[in-house]
Design a protein around this ligand. Structure first.
Ligand code: HEM
Length: 440
């Protein structure tokens, strides 16, 4: 184990806050399986070996809670699936899981495609801040597929409120000294305001009349536990908020990076485009057709290798526990960074290069298990991973089928911004033109 020493009372926190991604890559340079460091008084361990990551996420999952810093999201996500623990988590996961099996999600393919064509129907040739469109499309998709309702016009404000909430939560996650939530500081008020507005949207979804059919929301409303009790209003709000937020921001982020990488690598773009031309029989793919978009899938996986939306997550030890030969004391935090692991030189050749061919059958060639982990692993693996993969294939192929994308002449410099998810700072601006008669 490598011990990272610091004379500062804050330990490595200032270096992390200054540039989190550079901080991670500095750890990678140690080429050690574990680095011990501290954020002020908090002992932290960064795991940098796939077998140790598997031990924490899978084999010894019961010895850990979700990490403490992420509890800063509690006012937003409450005791929804992402943050809940123990029995409540198991029970809720059992209720929600059937909506996300590979078989079940197939039925959403058509809706996903329709949302894309509806959204793009009025697009004109020219410059566009496409990142905003992509976030709006993924938001509409999650709302329609999971909650059986359409996104109202004012739901577009969600992006803005979410940005504010995520920015302030990130500040708090990275601070040792923070004002209690109850204090009416400017930042606390801004955060509370954003949560109130997001709450309004979520409650309007819960109370809106729903399209016929079985949706996650209707099933959650009706589901009873062993004692015959229904989910209470607060729990329902927390689950809806969790799926609503976890289910669109991550996918949007992955797609924005994918489009940027394709524009940067015209040879890969061309291969994707010709695969889409050959495969899609209409403007959007059928489920069967998505299964034939093999190269496009590799491109998405490679994009999530370089820019994993969930770039770092953690666990807190419930009890004293050994991970490999490292003793982790009760209460210590263990971190796992897909960003770091996906660029680890010990396991990956040319780690900074965009090479979609390194994936085959959905797997990173030559890499051990738990090296490539954009969706995490173990009992808390992303519940939406199959949904997200289908959605990304549908959105990307539908966009490229009908439009040509090129870098905008006044594009912003590309910079990764590691907030709760790994975003592209300033967003992605493109030059787009519609394909087909008279338009190109
Ligand atoms: C590219 C898209 C996505 C990525 C990269 C991603 C990534 C992740 C990761 C890494 C975790 C595990 C975090 C941890 O172990 O601490 C997670 C959990 C979760 N994700 Fe996703 N996710 C994506 C899309 C989605 C979608 C589309 C949904 C819902 C429709 C979703 C809902 C959730 C939920 C509810 C959890 C918590 C599961 C639990 O703790 O039982 N995610 N996600």
């Amino acid at each position: 184990m490598h011990k990272w020493k610091s004379r500062s009372p804050l330990g490595q926190l200032p270096a992390f806050k200054k540039d989190p991604l550079a901080f991670l890559m500095e750890m990678e340079e140690t080429q050690k399986p574990v680095t011990r460091f501290r954020f002020a008084h908090r002992p932290m361990f960064m795991l940098m070996h796939p077998a140790l990551i598997q031990e924490v996420l899978v084999r010894k999952a019961d010895s850990f809670y979700k990490s403490k810093p992420f509890q800063e999201l509690e006012p937003l996500l409450g005791k929804g699936l992402l943050l809940s623990e123990g029995q409540l988590h198991k029970q809720q996961r059992r209720k929600i899981q059937p909506f996300f099996t590979p078989k079940h999600i197939q039925r959403y393919c058509e809706t996903m495609g329709r949302v894309v064509t509806d959204h793009t129907s009025l697009w004109k040739d020219g410059e566009r801040l496409i990142s905003e469109d992509i976030r709006s499309i993924t938001l509409k998709i999650i709302t329609e597929t999971m909650f059986g309702t359409e996104v109202r016009a004012d739901h577009d404000k969600v992006g803005q409120q979410l940005d504010t909430a995520m920015e302030i939560a990130t500040e708090r996650i990275r601070s040792v000294f923070k004002s209690p939530r109850s204090w009416k500081t400017v930042r606390n008020k801004l955060f509370d305001d954003a949560v109130d507005k997001l709450d309004e949207v979520v409650y309007s979804i819960i109370h809106q009349p729903h399209a016929s059919g079985e949706h996650l929301l209707s099933v959650m409303k009706e589901a009873e536990d062993a004692e015959g009790n229904k989910m209470d209003a607060r729990q329902l709000r927390d689950e809806v908020m969790t799926v609503f937020l976890a289910g669109h921001e991550t996918t949007a982020s992955a797609l924005i990076w994918t489009l940027q990488l394709l524009m940067k690598h015209p040879d890969c773009y061309q291969k994707v485009e010709s695969e889409i031309e050959q495969t899609l029989s209409s403007d959007t793919p059928s489920v069967e057709e998505t299964g034939n978009l093999l190269y496009t899938k590799k491109v998405i996986l490679e994009s999530m290798r370089l820019y994993p939306p969930a770039w770092m997550f953690g666990r807190r030890a419930k009890e004293d526990v050994n991970i490999g030969s490292t003793f982790i004391k009760k209460g210590a935090t263990v971190m796992v960074s897909p960003y770091l692991m996906h660029r680890h030189r010990r396991y990956i050749d040319y780690p900074d290069e965009f090479l979609p061919e390194r994936f085959e059958d959905g797997r990173l060639l030559g890499g051990p298990d738990y090296l490539y982990l954009p969706f995490g692993g173990g009992p808390r693996v992303c519940i939406g991973q199959h949904f997200a993969m289908l959605e990304m294939l549908v959105i990307l192929s539908s966009l490229i089928k009908s439009y040509t994308f090129a870098p905008s002449s006044d594009a912003f410099p590309v910079k990764a911004e590691p907030l709760v998810t790994l975003r592209m700072k300033h967003g992605l601006k493109v030059q787009l033109s519609k394909k087909g008669a008279g338009n190109s």
